[in-house]
Design a binder for this molecule. Structure first.
Ligand code: HEC
Ligand code: HEC
Length: 356
């Protein structure tokens, strides 16, 4: 009798253990540590408030590539942020939005966002989790009503499951949408260019690359500060105002005339593939950018002190700078299958209520 009782307790315990192991395996999101590349600063994103998990990242990736987030289901985040262009709009100065609209600015490349203290060319948004609200609701971009988007997602069985897997229960709300998109975007780390390999001692610069780096450190690096290739400040680089777009940059946010035509310093990682350049995409090639810095700067009181005078750059030096900038292309980032649109399997598990 005593033996039987012990046996029953033991088997109950074993079942409980098995069940909890099963629950851990299936219901607890699997943590993904965020790796800080050697020698890089601490990220500014607060991962404690939104810890990366495999399920959260997978959900964010599906959302990033799903047209369900736009008014007429014609556009996804990935339509304007294309991987082969380092997640900018490849080859377009301004991006196309819903119903033939055109966005106000050039879509920036997306990578290393965990280090970015503010978003948009004018820094108008200060948290990555909130950033998606701008494109989803902007008439010039996805033109959607947020409540309608949430309703569409809630009706979708596979999204309910995916939100449950990522957050523990199937509630779908604005906050979770932002967190999931952030989780995917935070994984877009570009740290494996030839430049990085040289810095890690795995490769060596050629002579032109080395000379280019020296010029870069002297003339560009204050603003385009390695290793992120931006200091995240807002600067007026002596560009004229586009008369049609009438974009005054940072001044739109602060209201200060001192910020007129100041824009966030873009990173130059992957710059060879992220053309066109500048906040309105006015420069089609790197040569246009160099011509701006050495000939076309317009000095106004707000122009950055470093750019009051055109930069002295000979054709020879430009060749070397180009060689250096080429080393910032991170092919493993641009072709990483983990960043590409997810396979069709997830999206079509419930085709009936998707994209209505
Ligand atoms: C119609 C094209 C378009 C779509 C669709 C789009 N974006 Fe963008 N994105 C842009 C443009 C243009 C900017 C720059 C806006 C500005 O500076 O005012 C931008 C800026 C950003 C930024 C800030 C990057 C930085 O360096 O400051 C992030 C992050 C971003 N988008 C993520 C997303 C996400 C997530 C989605 C989907 C919910 C999305 N975008 C949909 C065009 C688009
Ligand atoms: C005073 C700060 C400053 C200095 C110095 C500077 N830049 Fe810039 N750079 C910026 C800002 C700000 C922008 C964005 C300008 C805009 O669109 O309004 C920019 C844009 C660029 C772009 C376009 C990138 C893109 O994705 O749109 C390139 C390329 C570039 N700079 C290269 C250089 C090089 C090379 C040097 C040195 C010869 C240099 N910059 C010096 C601040 C600076």
């Amino acid at each position: 009798m005593k033996n039987k009782g012990q046996w029953m307790i033991a088997s109950l315990l074993a079942t409980a253990l098995l069940c909890s192991a099963w629950a851990v395996q299936y219901f607890v999101p699997k943590k993904r540590p965020f790796k800080i590349p050697a020698g890089w600063p601490q990220p500014v994103y607060d991962f404690q408030k939104n810890p990366l998990t495999e399920e959260g990242i997978a959900l964010g990736r599906t959302l990033f590539y799903d047209e369900i987030l736009s008014k007429d289901s014609s556009l996804s985040c990935g339509s304007c942020h294309q991987q082969f262009g380092a997640f900018n709009t490849f080859d377009h100065p301004l991006s196309h939005g819903v119903e033939g609209q055109v966005s106000f600015r050039n879509a920036p490349a997306l990578y290393n966002l965990a280090w970015m203290p503010s978003f948009m060319w004018d820094g108008g948004i200060n948290h990555l989790d909130l950033q998606f609200l701008a494109p989803v609701t902007s008439h010039q971009e996805m033109g959607a009503d947020l409540n309608e988007v949430l309703e569409k997602l809630r009706k979708n069985e596979s999204y309910r499951k995916a939100f449950k897997a990522a957050f523990g229960d199937p509630t779908i709300n604005t906050q979770r949408l932002g967190k999931a998109l952030s989780q995917f975007m935070l994984t877009l780390v570009s740290d494996n260019s030839r430049y990085d390999k040289v810095k890690r001692g795995e490769a060596q610069f050629s002579l032109p690359e080395q000379l280019g780096e020296a010029i870069f450190l002297q003339k560009c690096a204050v603003c385009h500060q390695p290793p992120l290739f931006t200091d995240f400040s807002f600067r007026n680089t002596g560009m004229t105002k586009d008369l049609f777009l009438q974009d005054s940059g940072r001044m739109r946010i602060t209201g200060l005339s001192a910020d007129s035509l100041s824009f966030k310093v873009p990173s130059l990682r992957n710059v060879t593939v992220s053309y066109p350049y500048g906040h309105d995409g006015r420069f089609f090639s790197l040569m246009n950018v160099f011509e701006h810095y050495r000939k076309n700067l317009r000095s106004v009181p707000q122009t950055d002190p470093l750019l009051k005078q055109p930069l002295a750059l000979s054709n020879y030096e430009i060749g070397q700078l180009r060689a250096f900038l080429n080393t910032l292309t991170d092919t493993s980032f641009l072709t990483n299958p983990a960043f590409a649109p997810p396979g069709q399997a997830f999206r079509h598990t419930a085709p009936a209520d998707n994209h209505q």
